[in-house]
Design a protein around this ligand. Structure first.
Ligand SMILES: Nc1nc(=O)c2c([nH]1)NC[C@@H]1CN(c3ccc(C(=O)N[C@@H](CCC(=O)O)C(=O)O)cc3)CN21
Ligand SMILES: CC(C)C(=O)C(=O)O
Ligand SMILES: [Mg+2]
Length: 278
């Protein structure tokens, strides 16, 4: 992947587009995606060189506090997407199609994707689903919507899948490969695989012409994605095993806020430098 700023503002594309991601796959290079749900984190991730920002329906968990991704609405997703688009100068902004907003028909999927692009200013959408959703992908692509297919563990189907578990073991491998190929052939520009055994993800990546993104899918996918609150250690809840924790923001924020509280109750904040004079 061509490297952006920091330190290298001249080199690299001003906006990550589909062909840059395809080039990464073709050249054996990698790219990174992080979730984002608001403008400030979007700005930080964008300036740090993250190629793709995912406005995940994981906002249901990380922002709204639900136990699953099922309750988040399209209107809520549009609000978060707008905020992220406002902070993303270079990164491609991808929005999840939330549960219930696309399954009924290709037409419903198009209408939802159009709202995420027209009102949310997303550059692309991601849809959970198997080969049975190929027609949905085809209809969105025909309408000018770049689509990422999300296979493997698809959290919107947790109740159908029997909980949060690794997918694509044993007999399911061939089916998963066929799903990936069908979604690619329907026009998906990228396939995301969640909680898939690494050798299976590697095999599917090799079988596909388009780039892949992994989360809990090993090191052979073209790109990787993590939920930012997990990788920066903000989430207090148990984090999945595939998460590497790069910071402990829960501790950083907790300490700073405790200090502020202490300063206020002791009367040491605000001191003179924070006051307005007459
Ligand atoms: N904060 C957060 N991080 C995520 O990665 C994430 C979300 N939310 N919400 C939407 C989906 C749901 N995902 C998840 C959430 C939890 C596990 C999890 O608890 N995994 C355990 C158990 C796996 C098992 O039972 O086999 C693990 O140890 O990895 C996995 C994927 C990934 N996405
Ligand atoms: C975990 C990623 C892939 C996702 O779909 C989300 O954040 O909603
Ligand atoms: Mg999602």
């Amino acid at each position: 992947m061509p490297q952006p700023y920091p330190g290298n503002p001249e080199k690299g594309p001003s906006r990550i587009r589909l062909h840059h991601l395809q080039q990464a796959k073709d050249n054996g290079e990698k790219f990174a995606m992080l979730t984002a749900y608001d403008v400030m984190m979007a700005e930080i991730f964008d300036s740090a060189g993250i190629e793709m920002l995912l406005v995940g329906d994981s906002a249901a968990n990380t922002v709204l506090g639900y136990e699953s991704t099922l309750p988040i609405t399209l209107d809520e997703m549009i609000t978060f997407t707008k905020a992220v688009a406002n902070g993303a100068k270079r990164a491609m902004v991808v929005a999840d199609l939330p549960f219930g907003s696309y399954e009924q028909s290709p037409a419903q999927a198009v209408a939802t994707a159009v709202r995420l692009m027209k009102e949310g200013h997303a550059h692309a959408v991601k849809m959970e689903g198997t080969a049975q959703y190929a027609e949905h992908v085809q209809a969105m692509v025909l309408a000018g919507v770049p689509v990422i297919g999300h296979i493997g563990f698809t959290p919107q189907s947790e109740h159908a899948l029997g909980g949060y578990r690794v997918q694509g073991r044993g007999d399911a491998v061939q089916q998963m490969k066929e799903d990936a190929l069908a979604l690619q052939n329907a026009g998906a520009f990228c396939i995301l695989m969640e909680m898939v055994p690494s050798p299976v993800a590697a095999e599917i990546d090799a079988a596909l012409a388009v780039p892949t993104i992994g989360i809990g899918a090993g090191n052979s996918t073209t790109g990787q994605v993590l939920v930012w609150q997990d990788m920066l250690g903000l989430g207090g809840r148990r984090t999945p095993r595939f998460v590497k924790k790069y910071a402990d923001l829960r501790e950083v924020v907790g300490n700073a806020v405790r200090e502020y509280h202490q300063d206020v109750v002791s009367g040491s904040f605000p001191s003179a430098e924070y006051e307005f004079k007459e």
